[in-house]
Design a protein around this ligand. Structure first.
Ligand SMILES: [Zn+2]
Length: 354
């Protein structure tokens, strides 16, 4: 038991280099590795191990000490796996952005880290968004000024996403023919149950039975989903005439891509299966017709599992996976007639940025 615990402590407690703040480069960890704050509960577990090996604890039955430590460690680990703090979210955004790179030709993807641009130190306690640092960073990346209209649109989308704590993606056609795609992830702190309930509209949405994923996996799945939207063309936006059915197809493509990415990374399907249930709940509890993607998620799981089993993921680029996701949505999503027969969108779900 001690060897097992020690191995886990070493794996989880890698030091995190200091962040350089807005405009600089954040510290990097290995994909999926934890941030600095996760070391705190593990330090407590280390302390317990040392106490357990001390003279007082040696007088207690060895099995009782082992059980107590095991229970404590499992409690700390469960809370840790369920919760995402600011440091963990920043690590997830950074490692995902690095793993993703720029997979779509002609598209520049920027995943915003809310911790770099959302300020909560205002006098009245409200949070504010530092638009200038966000625009400055994006201007630097695309090596071209965005212009007034796009800057305004980006500011509005960032405020909407961070205010309502929703994942969102903004697509902007640049004058040189490229597409700028900005992903606005949900700010920390977050819990797994809270994430699921936000999407499903069902307060009881909880992973049940054999859990093979953590809050971090769920958050990363949502990042993959948003990145997939970067593969759309910028004129296909609701504000420019895109209807609910086309949005639904885009959401189906995005979920299929996220399933492929998740299974490729982990080899497990518990999260996509849970996600299919979340999407069904979303339709039932929120009237979320745009995200009723379970019919696409389920065949995507089977497709991804087969790719993994045959080793076929190895020869596929992310752009290839995006094409596969498009095919899955094309083959399994509802037809326009069946979609329209479900009735109109509930007013509550039309809360989207203009
Ligand atoms: Zn989406």
């Amino acid at each position: 038991m001690r060897a097992l615990l020690t191995a886990r402590l070493v794996r989880r407690c890698k030091p995190r280099a200091p962040s350089h703040g807005a405009g600089g480069t954040r510290a990097t960890n290995e994909p999926g590795s934890p941030g600095g704050s996760r070391c705190l509960p593990n330090t407590a577990a280390t302390f317990c191990l040392l106490v357990a090996s001390g003279p007082t604890m040696r007088r207690l039955p060895r099995s009782a000490v082992a059980c107590a430590l095991c229970a404590l460690f499992l409690f700390v680990s469960a809370a840790d796996a369920d919760t995402l703090d600011h440091s963990r979210v920043s690590d997830l955004i950074e490692t995902t952005a690095r793993d993703i790179g720029q997979p779509f030709p002609g598209v520049h993807i920027h995943i915003v880290d809310p911790a770099d641009h959302v300020r909560s130190d205002t006098e009245n306690g409200d949070a504010s968004v530092d638009f200038s640092s966000l625009l400055e960073r994006i201007n630097g990346e695309i090596a071209a000024p965005l212009g007034f209209a796009k800057s305004m649109a980006i500011g509005r989308q960032a405020a909407f996403a961070f205010l309502y704590r929703e994942m969102a993606t903004g697509l902007h056609a640049l004058s040189d023919g490229r597409t700028l795609c900005i992903v606005y992830p949900m700010p920390a702190p977050l819990r797994l149950g809270q994430l699921a309930s936000l999407l499903s509209g069902n307060a009881e949405s909880r992973p049940v039975a054999a859990i093979d994923f953590e809050a971090a996996d769920f958050y990363r799945f949502l990042l993959y989903h948003e990145v997939a939207h970067c593969g759309e063309v910028p004129w296909r936006l609701r504000s420019q005439g895109l209807g609910a059915y086309d949005i639904y197809l885009a959401e189906s493509r995005a979920d299929a891509f996220a399933v492929l990415m998740h299974v490729r990374r982990t080899g497990r399907d518990g999260l996509p299966r849970f996600m299919a249930q979340v999407r069904k709940d979303g339709m039932r509890f929120r009237g979320d017709v745009e995200h009723q993607t379970a019919e696409v998620i389920e065949p995507a799981i089977a497709f991804a599992t087969n790719l993994r089993r045959t080793g076929s993921f190895d020869g596929m680029s992310l752009n290839d996976l995006m094409h596969a996701a498009r095919d899955l949505a094309h083959d399994h999503a509802l037809g326009r007639g069946d979609f329209d027969a479900q009735g109109s969108l509930p007013a509550a779900h039309q809360r989207r940025p203009p």
